[in-house]
Write a protein that binds this ligand. Structure first.
Ligand code: GTP
Ligand code: ZN
Length: 351
């Protein structure tokens, strides 16, 4: 068994490691992992050291991570180290204040999946794009379930996407009648890691099943009106397709909060970033300043109001997260200092 998706890029990040110790995380389930080595798969747990030294959830292993392990027996291993990631899909951890969660890592291409109909939302596409760019992942858009609408409507949706996001590769497919699968399969290469992201029910698992020619993931009928009886992917999984492509399936994500990295937003809205370079003030917020080139473009119709509003919304969210995470780190530092001071005092009193 070859290591799934091991590349020059990763080798450069790892340095020297004994090949029997090198593994990739293929399944994560509540801090228990399944890792793939050249020899086979192991159930693995992290060392206490990784747990105690973790500054955030992002320091825990994620699906796609390359790790250093030590086998305990034929089935079990311990994860000693998580190697640096060249890319990662991350978001604000749900339900936890200001923490970063890695959904999957070391991904080359993310297919942002949206189906025609209710799920279609161009602002949400931009949100996914920003998250991909922040994580150094190349995004591509997959418009699914095209069998549900007439060709004219498909063309118009594609036109809308192309107009707003001209640089992003776009493929329209149907798992029902097979349209677009040739394009998708042509795109996917061996030893490259892909992931599919998008809301629950847009057809991700169905696509992966078709690509792998196997019922790897169970899908079931979804009742769109009642939202009952739907299949949801409960854990992440990494596997290799027949053509050698590596696929990571991620669960449908209802909340996808912007992280503290602003580069993804700048790349998604490169047109606005370019305009902003001509604003009068370097720290222009583009919301009312004199000499703001972005506002001027909105006024003269060069930049659509909708794009502008979505840009501001994502920016605000990103800035809010950055400041709360900064505050939290600051508090952590202060607490650390206090502990140190107390310990010092404690030592002094001993003698
Ligand atoms: N009409 C039509 N239905 C589809 C198509 N692809 C998937 N479906 C149906 O949509 C429903 C959801 O598909 P899934 O593949 O489970 O969706 P998912 O994105 O993997 O959902 P999660 O696992 O919850 O994230 C299923 O009932 C599929 O049969 C398509 O191309 N056309
Ligand atoms: Zn401005």
């Amino acid at each position: 068994m070859k290591l799934p998706g091991f590349s020059e890029k990763m080798a450069g990040l790892i340095g020297s490691v004994n090949s029997s110790e090198l593994a990739r995380v293929i399944i994560e389930h509540k801090e228990r992992y399944i890792v793939q080595t050249e020899a086979g798969v192991y159930q693995a747990e992290i060392t206490g050291n990784i747990r105690f030294s973790a500054r955030s959830r992002a320091d825990f292993p994620a699906v796609g991570d390359w790790v250093r392990i030590t086998p305990m027996d034929a089935q079990n291993a311990v994860i000693l180290e998580v190697f640096p990631r060249y890319s990662s899909l991350s978001r604000q951890a749900v339900g936890k204040q200001a923490d970063l969660q890695i959904i999957a890592s070391n991904i080359d291409v993310a297919f942002i999946v949206q189906s025609v109909g209710h799920d279609f939302n161009i602002n949400r596409l931009e949100r996914y794009l920003a998250i991909c760019y922040s994580g150094k992942i190349e995004p591509m858009i997959l418009l699914t379930k095209t069998d549900l609408i007439p060709q004219a409507e498909i063309d118009s949706l594609m036109e809308t996407i192309r107009k707003r996001l001209p640089k992003v590769k776009l493929i329209a497919i149907s798992s029902e009648n097979g349209t677009g699968y040739n394009l998708l399969e042509e795109t996917m290469q061996a030893n490259v890691t892909y992931c599919f992201v998008g809301s629950s029910g847009v057809g991700k698992s169905t696509i992966i099943n078709h690509l792998s020619n196997e019922e790897k993931l169970t899908t079931s009928a979804i009742s769109t009106s009642t939202q009952k009886g739907r299949h949801t992917t409960t854990h992440r999984e990494l596997f290799v397709l027949e053509n050698g492509s590596i696929v990571i399936d991620t669960p449908g994500m209802r909340e996808l909060g912007m992280t503290d990295d602003s580069s993804g937003i700048d790349l998604t809205y490169d047109h606005i970033t370019e305009l902003a370079s001509s604003c009068r003030y370097d720290d222009c917020s583009h919301t009312g300043e004199k000499g703001c080139a972005v506002l001027a473009a909105v006024e003269n119709g060069e930049l659509s109001e909708e794009t502008y509003q979505n840009y501001l919304k994502l920016k605000r969210e990103q800035q809010h997260f950055s400041s709360t995470i900064h505050e939290k780190r600051q508090k952590g530092k202060e607490f650390g200092k206090m502990v140190k001071a107390v310990m010092k005092e404690h030592k002094k009193n001993k003698y």
